[in-house]
Design a protein around this ligand. Structure first.
Ligand code: ADP
Length: 906
């Protein structure tokens, strides 16, 4: 990666032309960036930097030659810059853009250039480089003065010293700060999901393990407590913050300023919010991923956010995202949102009017950011005006609805601001603000005078043609204008003898001559002078207006906030009405859902089967059932009901009574991760550790097939111990899906452990999943039939059936008297035989009391058989393995106790 000044240029420094020397100077000052230099209509890079830009942007390099030799250059067209800049950012480059900071016409010699902007993945503000309705954050993790010595230990995670975490969205000015130990910061970072991360000099990499984004090294000086405190003081009272928070926020804001050209504090960062992550429902990275709130790891399908995003504006979209990311934990606040959603659901007309009006709302947060940065153009201000104009409509729609009165009052239409903008800016202004056509007539008397002068002059010119034709008798005489020569009177060659004495020749064409008169020249100067002056005046008036608007940032921010809330609430109501969601009753003792659905799956499934959930506080439900029967869908839908409810939404069910949950833990779909063998298991165990450490009686825990990453005996033991711990120690409400059918007998031993299972029916070897949850444990896994459904070739399926039969026959032979039972169940399957079909040969008397050991041995045997890699096994080894398997099979015994039913055991 080439950043800073290219080496070849540095070496030849003395010989470089003045402009290239200027490039080297700038590039050395921005040595972590690739520097682009404004030259004419291009942003250029040179030498090695040019090679790099050309490669990434797929542009051609140009060989240049001057007095000092040859060098390469590569130019990005200014008009198309965003497209190329985004490629550089995607390739994890920081880009410093150096613009001409003096008028080339006024410069004597080399035009002065300076970096006006540093673009980085986390700090971009260009509309073209941002995703609509989302946030782009840059975050910073740092330690405060003295934090380190708190405990003397700084060995990364596991230590309990305090870290500050700050993040800012440079496009909107949202800025927030918190502090916590290494684990808390890591978890919070996953929620913030920054695009770029700065870390303080004494922050070990483990602390920021969980985020996957570009990391930026900053000069350690910017993390110095005093420097950081001073920086923060420009935005907020530093005394409100802890030392670590001050350092994180101060260093972050210094960086944000640096990326915006280093001209002082960012005026649109109105507030540095200090928050406590525990005041929201905690969802760590694993939970966010497992529940597919914002990303969909299967690749197909949609996320929860996409499914419920019925917002009408970018403001609302960003807000709904934030609500889902940080559901509430205060019952009162949750219910206040439900009240508002309910009010919207009950009033179709209000909802529709509000949403129609919201469609006119521009992204006021980013717009206000551009205004404050001095980058807003006249169209932006018109957009602000149009948004303000929609506010009275929204207010009117909300009128008379008591539950929404507070919202309505928060919608300040900023009428004065709207009128000011409207009085100043024409309705459809041009993109450029330096070329006139922006300011309305009647707004400024001086501008009107100058424009009048220009207009009079043009009128005089317009009348000139007729007058001169009459005076000279040249009836095809024409008056015209061109950029180079200005106004002229054109006479064709045949009429030249009639040209009067006061005509001066200006230009000779093939068939005609062009002239001017002293008066025309005078008028021309007057018109052009007036127009130029008018443009300059318009620009100044516009900049003044923009500053007036910028001074109102806090009111605009408050309005943006209110619009965002209205939009998010109306969206939730729309979802509730369109999809039959119900208002949850909050504060219940346990989770009670009737006919609940999975909000995402129900949108795509041909026919979604609703299921109940009755989980009194602290219940551990062991969920069994074949693959594909709906276990993980069910677990997720229970968790999603909790997340939705606490975010303020209604939930997909016929009725819902829910507790306020402090944290949702999910370990679902671990098998989807593309990590091999031991590391998958390690990871699973690490995740389990978190759950066991941190789950409280107010937590909801979802565990899917814990222990499947290791040998069966160990896995089952771990799973069992985990259930016992969750039940006895953590007391968390838990859904525990497992393949270890042995675990279902925990229900006999523990009060709050219950069995649930998903059933399937089977006929003529065809299995149908009912997706219906029932009480009690499952009995079959229908392994072969699932294989068939998955499209395993018929011959293999048939062979597998044979093997199952053979296995059963073997069972019947070794344990003749019980064989009849097995035969009475014609569709027994491999897994069923494995898990239910055997008794202990050494002690028939206790066969029914404890068949688990046998189950385990057989399950282990089958697992080993499955895991055997034939590709890596020599024939001799295979024989050994076979021998070993045979021995183990004999040891495990081969009785059948009870026949499995067809999977419909209650
Ligand atoms: P498991 O976790 O038991 O292997 P899944 O929850 O992954 O099963 O579900 C398997 C398939 O069944 C999914 O593709 C899902 O779309 C479908 N499914 C699950 N639950 C239901 C339901 N209640 N109604 C309809 N289809 C469902």
């Amino acid at each position: 990666m080439v950043t800073g000044a290219p080496a070849t240029m540095r070496q030849r420094r003395e010989e470089l032309t003045p402009m290239l020397a200027q490039y080297v100077d700038v590039a050395e000052a921005y040595d972590d960036c690739v520097v682009l230099f404004r030259v004419g209509d291009f942003y250029k890079a040179f030498c090695e930097a040019a090679d790099e830009v050309a490669r990434i942007c797929e542009l051609t390099r140009i060989e240049r030659e001057d007095s000092t030799g040859t060098y390469t250059a590569c130019g990005v067209p200014v008009d198309n810059a965003p497209k190329y800049l985004s490629r550089l950012l995607d390739a994890d480059y920081r880009v410093a853009v150096a613009d001409q900071v003096e008028d080339p016409e006024e410069a004597s010699g080399l035009v002065d250039r300076a970096v006006t902007q540093v673009l980085t993945p986390g700090t971009v503000v260009e509309e073209e480089l941002l995703t609509e309705g989302s946030n782009t954050y840059v975050a910073c993790v740092a330690r405060g003065e003295g934090d380190e010595s708190d405990d003397g230990a700084s060995d990364g995670t596991g230590d309990d010293s305090t870290y500050g975490l700050a993040y800012v969205d440079v496009s909107t000015g949202e800025c927030a700060v918190t502090a916590g130990d290494a684990a808390a910061v890591d978890e919070e970072l996953a929620r913030v999901a920054p695009a770029e991360l700065l870390t303080g000099p004494d922050v070990s990499s483990e602390v920021v393990d969980g985020v996957d984004c570009m990391t930026t090294a900053r000069d350690p000086d910017s993390f110095a407590p005093d420097a950081a405190r001073d920086r923060l003081a420009a935005y907020a009272d530093p005394n409100r913050f802890d030392p670590s928070e001050r350092v994180a926020a101060g260093a972050l804001l210094a960086y944000a300023e640096y990326t915006q050209g280093d001209d002082g504090p960012l005026g649109y960062v109105q507030r540095v919010r200090r928050y406590d992550p525990r005041r929201s429902l905690r969802l760590d990275a694993t939970a966010l991923r497992g529940l597919e709130l914002f990303e969909n790891h299967v690749g197909s399908g949609r996320t929860l956010f996409e499914t419920i995003d019925e917002t009408r504006s970018a403001l609302g979209r960003r807000r709904l995202r934030a609500w889902l990311r940080r559901p509430l934990v205060e019952q009162e606040r949750i219910e206040a949102r439900h009240d508002a959603v309910a009010a919207f659901t009950e009033r179709t007309l209000v909802r529709e009017d509000v949403r129609a009006a919201l469609s006119a709302a521009y992204d006021l947060e980013r717009l206000a950011g551009r205004v404050s940065r001095g980058r807003a153009n006249a169209r932006d201000l018109r957009s602000l005006h149009d948004t303000l104009a929609a506010v009275p409509e929204i207010r009117e729609a909300l009128d008379g609805v008591d539950a929404l009165a507070g919202l309505r009052d928060d919608l300040d239409p900023l009428a004065d601001l709207r009128e000011t903008i409207d009085a100043a800016v024409v309705e459809d202004p041009p993109q450029e603000i330096t070329e006139g056509g922006v300011i309305r007539a009647g707004y400024d008397a001086d501008l009107d005078d100058v424009r009048e002068t220009a207009r009079e002059g043009r009128e005089w010119v317009a009348n000139l043609e007729a007058g001169e034709r009459e005076r000279t008798g040249i009836d095809n005489l024409e008056v015209g204008y061109n950029q180079v020569h200005g106004y002229y009177i054109e006479v064709t060659n045949g009429q030249l003898d009639k040209v009067p004495d006061d005509y001066t020749r200006r230009q000779t064409l093939k068939n005609s001559e062009r002239f001017y008169t002293p008066e025309l020249k005078r008028r021309e100067d007057e018109i052009l002078g007036a127009e130029e002056r008018a443009d300059a005046m318009e620009y100044e008036l516009f900049v003044d207006l923009r500053e007036t608007v910028a001074a109102d940032s806090d009111r605009i921010a408050a309005l943006a906030d209110a619009i965002a809330r209205v939009d998010a609430l109306a969206a939730l109501a729309t979802v509730a009405v369109d999809r039959d969601y119900v208002r949850p009753e909050m504060g219940a003792d346990g989770l009670h859902l009737t006919r609940s659905r999975h909000p995402v799956v129900e949108e795509t499934a041909a026919e979604f089967v609703p299921n109940d959930a009755a989980l009194p506080r602290g219940t551990v439900a062991v969920v069994t059932g074949p693959n594909m029967s709906g276990k993980s869908t069910y677990m997720r839908q229970v968790a999603l009901a909790v997340v939705l409810a606490q975010a303020g939404s209604f939930v997909p069910a016929d009725s819902a009574r829910l507790p306020v949950v402090d944290r949702v833990f999910t370990r679902v779909g671990a098998s989807d991760d593309i990590a091999g063998g031991e590391s998958t298991f390690m990871r699973e165990m690490r995740e389990l550790t978190d759950v066991l450490h941190d789950a409280t009686p107010d937590s909801l825990v979802l565990l899917d097939e814990v222990g499947r990453g290791t040998a069966t005996t160990d896995g089952r033991a771990i799973a069992r111990a985990a259930v016992e711990f969750l039940h006895d120690e953590a007391g968390a409400t838990t859904l525990f899906a497992t393949h270890y059918h042995g675990l279902t007998d925990l229900a006999d031993e523990y009060d709050r452990v219950v069995n649930r299972h998903f059933a399937a029916t089977e006929r003529d070897g065809e299995v149908t999943f009912l997706h219906r949850i029932r009480g009690g444990p499952a009995s079959s896994s229908y392994g072969v039939e699932v294989a068939q459904l998955a499209g395993i070739p018929e011959s293999v399926v048939a062979r597998a059936h044979d093997l199952v039969d053979a296995d059963r026959d073997a069972v019947a032979v070794t344990d003749g008297d019980d064989g009849g039972n097995a035969d009475s169940t014609p569709q027994r399957t491999l897994d069923e035989v494995a898990t239910n079909g055997h008794t202990d040969p050494d002690d028939r008397a206790v066969a029914n009391a404890d068949t688990r050991e046998v189950d385990d041995a057989v399950t282990a045997l089958l697992a080993d058989l499955r895991n055997l890699s034939l590709a890596e096994t020599t024939p001799l080894e295979a024989l050994n393995v076979l021998h070993d398997l045979q021995q183990r099979a004999e040891e495990a015994g081969s009785g059948t106790d009870t026949a499995g039913d067809a999977g419909e055991r209650p």
